[in-house]
Design a protein around this ligand. Structure first.
Ligand code: ZN
Length: 343
């Protein structure tokens, strides 16, 4: 789990994935035949030779914020990058990533003593939030190195919970990045396996589009996280995915407007899981999609599917996932690729 810890604690919002790319590049260089970075910043590693090409993809970026204004009192105003839940931001400790290094800050709020009765009942809106870095003025903030456009992430360390559960930030999709490395360490098949760590997924599935164009794969599998619903307040019929119940195979996402998994890929993933006795869960979701949506529409089309590790509280700084599901995701991906290469 040391690699997952490092990946979760690394910082990289869409467009600024350097830290994550450096970690993955180091890992993939050890086990791949070639590693390159494309014009947008996607990391593209290849292992093996052969006629056919498979693309595995996981995105490096995490949701975060960007400084959009520093006011005269030194407080920072910000814009969200990706699907940020406003209520998750309040009272978080954050890091503002400046050209001179990270500056610590907090997202403040009114204490109960200052809240009026009607204010107590309403959630605080994003436009009313601010980051306090301890600067007394715009000039002091500038002296700390802070500029408009600096990106901001949660300051949160990785930790273990009970059983096989772990918690941290950016599991979406550093868990997928971790699985990508683990698969490439193990995989030995007669085909070219491309491991692609993509940029800017959270703001429009961007990196996957150019990377797939470059790789031109015969088939693609995206390694992701997906929402689990096994906690108070979520009904089974709303979300049937549970932690510790196995790797998730997507059948369709975004109400079918994102990805409808190619029947051949669905059969490959489900058939392999059945044959190998790998615990899995099927998923059909109305909201949310992945890089597979971009990849499958590349050039003349790429049959694509998604293997996900279920996680609770996605896009919060306290995402929770199970090590068991992570192992099963790696296992199913390796077994499916083996079956595909022999088919
Ligand atoms: Zn994701």
């Amino acid at each position: 789990m040391e690699l997952l810890r490092k990946l979760s604690e690394a910082h990289g919002v869409p467009g600024y994935e350097e830290e994550v790319r450096a970690l993955l590049s180091e890992e993939l260089e050890r086990v791949c035949d070639s590693v390159e970075v494309d014009a947008l910043g996607n990391l593209i590693a290849r292992k093996g030779s052969g006629e056919r090409r498979v693309m595995l993809a996981a995105h490096m970026d995490e949701i975060g914020l960007m400084v959009k204004h520093v006011d005269t009192k030194g407080y920072l105003r910000f814009m969200p990058l990706g699907g940020v839940v406003e209520q998750c931001l309040l009272n978080q400790r954050v890091l503002v990533h400046t050209s001179r290094g990270a500056v610590r800050g907090v997202i403040g709020s009114k204490p109960p003593h200052l809240l009026k009765e009607e204010e107590r009942k309403k959630p605080v809106k994003l436009e009313d939030m601010f980051i306090d870095v301890g600067a007394g003025s715009a000039e002091e903030a500038e002296k700390l190195g802070i500029r408009v456009g600096d990106f901001v992430t949660f300051e949160r360390s990785f930790a273990e919970l009970g059983g096989e559960l772990v918690t941290g930030k950016a599991f979406d999709d550093r868990v997928g990045c971790w699985a990508l490395v683990e698969v490439l360490k193990r995989i030995e098949i007669d085909a070219q396996v491309y491991a692609v760590a993509t940029v800017q997924e959270e703001v429009g599935l961007k990196g996957a589009r150019t990377a797939a164009y470059r790789v031109e794969p015969d088939i693609a599998i995206v390694l992701e996280t997906t929402s689990a619903g096994d906690f108070p307040g979520v009904k089974e019929e709303e979300c049937r995915v549970k932690l510790g119940s196995g790797v998730v195979v997507t059948v369709a996402d975004a109400g079918g407007r994102g990805l409808i998994t190619h029947p051949r890929v669905r059969e490959l993933l489900v058939g392999t899981a059945e044959e190998e006795g790998i615990e899995y869960q099927l998923e059909v979701v109305e909201r949310g999609t992945t890089d597979a949506t971009s990849i499958h529409l590349t050039k003349t089309g790429v049959p694509a599917g998604v293997l996900s590790v279920p996680a609770r509280y996605l896009h919060s700084p306290v995402e929770v996932a199970s090590r068991k599901d992570m192992r099963l995701a790696v296992e199913l991906c390796c077994a499916a690729l083996k079956r595909w290469s022999e088919g």
